[in-house]
Design a protein around this ligand. Sequence first.
Ligand SMILES: Cc1cc2nc3c(=O)[nH]c(=O)nc-3n(C[C@H](O)[C@H](O)[C@H](O)COP(=O)(O)OP(=O)(O)OC[C@H]3O[C@@H](n4cnc5c(N)ncnc54)[C@H](O)[C@@H]3O)c2cc1C
Length: 474
Amino acid sequence: MYDIAVIGGGVIGCAIAREMSRYRLGIVVVEKYEEVGFGTTKTNSGIIHAGHHSPPDTLKGKLVVRGNKLYDRLCKDLNFGFSRIGELVVARSESEIPELERLKKQGEAKGVPGLEIWDRERLRNAEPNLSNTLIAALHAPSAGVINPYELANALSENAVDNGVDLKVNCAVEKIVVEKGFLAVHTSTETIKARFVINCAGVYADKIAGMAGLSDFTIHPRKGEEYMLDKRLKGLVQRLIFPIPEKNTKGILIIPTFDGTIMVGPTAQDTTDRDDASTTYEGSEQVFGFVSKICPSITERDTITEFAGLRAVSNTNDFIIGPTRIKGFINAAGIQSPGLTCAPAIALYVRDILKSEGLVLEKKKNFKPHLPGPPRFASLNDEQQRRLVEKDRLFAKVVCRCELVTEAEIHSAVDHGARTLDGIKFRSRAGMGRCQGGFCAPRCMDILSKRLDKPFQEITKRGGDSWVVKKMMDS
Ligand SMILES: Cc1cc2nc3c(=O)[nH]c(=O)nc-3n(C[C@H](O)[C@H](O)[C@H](O)COP(=O)(O)OP(=O)(O)OC[C@H]3O[C@@H](n4cnc5c(N)ncnc54)[C@H](O)[C@@H]3O)c2cc1C
């Protein structure tokens, strides 16, 4: 019998599991995919929002500034990449200036630090590659960027280090309310827990339905993103936002943590909860818009594209709290800025669990820290030489685009990578211009040997995402 079963190993489930692993509790995370973070978490913009966008009378608006602040500590503890590069909401005409002022006022009331309105000249000096038709901008220095999959991996790894059980390839199929506990029937086993936390992203209403609850619905909203070639590195220094629209913060220019530029996302309502397709219309919309803000960006620089699904609830807000079923707690409807809010949501859920009667006794041996993965490409010559002296596998380059060595691929496998995407998200092998054209077979070979699995069974992201159809007889 577990104290807590977390359903869904996205950033929200992983953040909650890691937070609760500070206490003497039995905790399990149940994830249907092969690795954590393979749902919406791996397909977002990676922005740690400053907090001025979300209305203060919503739960997302209340949690966002706290979430943003918690990132400094979290990054120190877990060693993932995080940089407060700041954000600019740009105005294209005089008529948009009142909206900058409204956002500034809203942000200040919520405690967003350092908000300033910049005039045309200041904007031009700071971001010379933006269109000279822009007339002003709201600057928010506390906005930052991370690689979201890196965070989900770090949270889950640290949670497991602190005693959490992680069950992947394990889909919840049925929930039975028993006397004093919930029985979670999965594709592999039945799990009993006193508390179940529903963090199932776009499937959260289905999971609630399994427990007999029908108080909310989730409506997926697709966002397409386009990653551009490294040659554009440095084109903009800060996150560039347009004036927000009703349902979205708009199409953005995002300097990712690793320095590549990404543009997007779109916002398209859909009924398909697994639709990760990108479209011609999406690309037209993104580049048509972005080229007006930054004229040197064109679709010809795209090296890859992907789409993610926002879990928009019928209340258009987060739905976090206990339900009429004792022990069943929702952390649902976590649309944007869910990534930003994740550490604050974890604390919010901790307090709910406490008020629902869970006794929280701190562990004396909680380990808050996780060493970061080796990053050969980021070291100077002398540091690289020393690494190679220690381990010759650092001398073997596997991914040429991103300069990732064989030692780093092994480290990714040691830290839980089971698929090509798992290796990519932990080591950056396959992230560059050729998108794994060169290194994918080499990564598959290492995975095959390390996992003792036939080469043709290695997948891109689990399930039936096969890479090789059939091995020819040699
Ligand atoms: C295009 C886009 C851009 C975004 N940009 C930002 C941003 O820049 N900043 C920001 O703060 N937020 C952003 N967001 C929002 C952010 O990505 C989400 O709020 C966050 O990832 C939600 O995490 P989650 O854990 O709730 O969901 P997920 O990551 O989807 O996790 C849910 C998990 O539940 C699992 N699951 C579902 N059903 C079952 C089942 N039956 N059994 C077992 N497991 C199950 C899934 O496999 C999945 O792994 C963006 C979202 C999108 C779509």
